[in-house]
Design a protein around this ligand. Structure first.
Ligand code: SF4
Length: 273
């Protein structure tokens, strides 16, 4: 699954490539297998999906101005104007990250909707030896394929049609689910150093869509880690599935896949971004 790549130092800065951001800040990772680790979050603006539980609807549309935390964990921000030059962005990310071990999360919104910018930022960060964590809804594999070997960890959402719709003006996928596009994306993502799949479980989640997801992941590799994430109630979601249901889904997943964990979000507990 891992590919040895040697980033080209000449790619540290690619002047002229602009990114449209919402915010940059430092916090602890609140989801997935790296939960609790210090992470610089780089939120790109714009998303082509609408998830009922979305905790960052302020990222759905590109904005004129973005904000950056003035010191790690301070929650004090200053405003900047979009677009930001990707070379300058790599500089500010580098300055905010407290140590070489700090994860840099490229997230959104959906970061792969800005192909030139996400590639330029990934190449710049890789040239400085930064640990790159890509958080994506897992539908734009052709964009990821341009630089996937530079990514240390792909956190790929597997969207279930029971709670997720395409955004305004976006064509619905054939069959009205996302399984084909997700499977194709996952095949690309396995070329990164690590990948895991995360899916959000709500009271609307259907057994058959979970079974289809388990099948698709196993077709790529049954060893790919899967995180089952009980929804955090917000937006249109008022309740979580009961524990009996969650444990039943966990058991069904473990019957098909080798590495499955049930992990809720942690950052809402301590009120972090
Ligand atoms: S893909 Fe992410 S940013 Fe977009 S609506 Fe879903 S949770 Fe929100």
């Amino acid at each position: 699954m891992s590919i040895d790549s040697s980033p080209d130092p000449t790619e540290a800065k690619r002047p002229g490539v602009g990114a449209s951001l919402v915010e940059v800040f430092t916090s602890a990772q609140g989801e997935g297998p790296e939960v609790g680790r210090t992470t610089v979050f780089v939120r790109f603006g714009g998303c082509d999906l609408r998830c009922r539980w979305c905790d960052s609807p302020h990222t759905w549309r590109p904005v004129a101005d973005w904000r950056i935390e003035t010191a790690p964990g301070s929650a004090v921000f200053e405003g900047r104007t979009n677009p930001v030059d990707c070379g300058e962005l790599v500089d500010v990310i580098d300055a905010l990250a407290p140590s070489p071990a700090t994860w840099i999360s490229l997230t959104g919104g959906e970061p792969l909707l800005q192909p030139e910018a996400i590639e330029a930022v990934a190449r710049g960060l890789a040239s400085r030896g930064r640990r790159i964590y890509l958080e994506t809804h897992g539908l734009h594999g052709s964009v990821l394929s341009r630089f996937v070997e530079l990514i240390d960890l792909v956190s790929m959402d597997w969207k279930l049609a029971s709670d997720v719709r395409p955004g305004p003006g976006v064509e619905a996928p054939p069959g009205e689910d996302f399984h084909d596009a997700h499977e194709a994306f996952l095949r690309v993502a396995t070329r990164a150093r690590q990948v895991y799949v995360k899916t959000v479980l709500t009271p609307s989640t259907r057994d058959e869509e979970l079974e289809a997801m388990f099948d698709r992941i196993a077709r790529v590799s049954s060893g790919i880690p899967l995180v089952l994430q009980p929804v955090t109630p917000m937006g249109g979601i008022k309740a979580i599935p009961d524990s009996k249901q969650l444990l039943a889904w966990l058991a069904r997943a473990e019957a098909r896949l080798a590495d499955v964990r049930l992990i809720p979000q942690t950052h809402p507990i301590y009120g972090a971004l």
